[in-house]
Design a protein around this ligand. Sequence first.
Ligand SMILES: O=P(O)(O)OC[C@H]1O[C@H](OP(=O)(O)OP(=O)(O)O)[C@H](O)[C@@H]1O
Ligand SMILES: O=c1cc[nH]c(=O)[nH]1
Ligand SMILES: [Mg+2]
Length: 204
Amino acid sequence: MLKTLDHPLALHVLTHLRDKTTKPATFRRLCHHVSVMLALEATRDLATREVSIETPLETCKGRVLDRPLVLVPILRAGLGMVEIIVDLFPDVSIGYIGLERDHATARARSYYCKLPPLEGTRVLLVDPMLATGGSAVQAIDVIKQRGGSEIRMLNVVAAPEGVRAVEEKHPDVPIIAGALDRALNDRKYILPGLGDFGDRLYGT
Ligand SMILES: O=P(O)(O)OC[C@H]1O[C@H](OP(=O)(O)OP(=O)(O)O)[C@H](O)[C@@H]1O
Ligand SMILES: O=c1cc[nH]c(=O)[nH]1
Ligand SMILES: [Mg+2]
């Protein structure tokens, strides 16, 4: 299942992220803004429990988040989404999956993996770009092997091919994306896309 953002602010932020004249400092700030919107959309149905608190005036009932949340960025570009999501959900545990696409084949190679216990948690898997879906499918495979069962994937931009790959291999994983773009080019870059997210984030 794919859900894309339709908030006018999301459209505005995405347009500036796509603009090739946007410099890394602004790009990182815009990445934070869109990550907040993605995180809020992806966590709309988080379980809450009732608590009783004292306001300055009287006792009242409220609700607080109830279930452990694990945030898993796919390195390196996914790191750009971490800090701001941790600001929103300070109690998250964080796991890291390092994958890098080979420039010639566009196949993702694993170079790092460090995950906390995943049983009974909800996992937010974050990676700005969903292109062929190779990285996402590999990351979800690993998370499931380690006991993760409730996984949501957050992407800034998704391509139809990547969405199809995730839906085919992991139909239980919803995708929340800033936008669904048109296609991939012959080097498996997203069109219109925004280029290499990691390079633009880190000025490489
Ligand atoms: O859907 P796919 O075809 O697998 O492509 C998407 C992957 O490519 C990018 O990472 P990249 O491999 O460029 O690594 P980086 O984040 O270190 O730049 C992106 O952040 C995804 O992880
Ligand atoms: O368009 C793309 C595809 C993969 N990775 C990126 O950073 N951008
Ligand atoms: Mg890259």
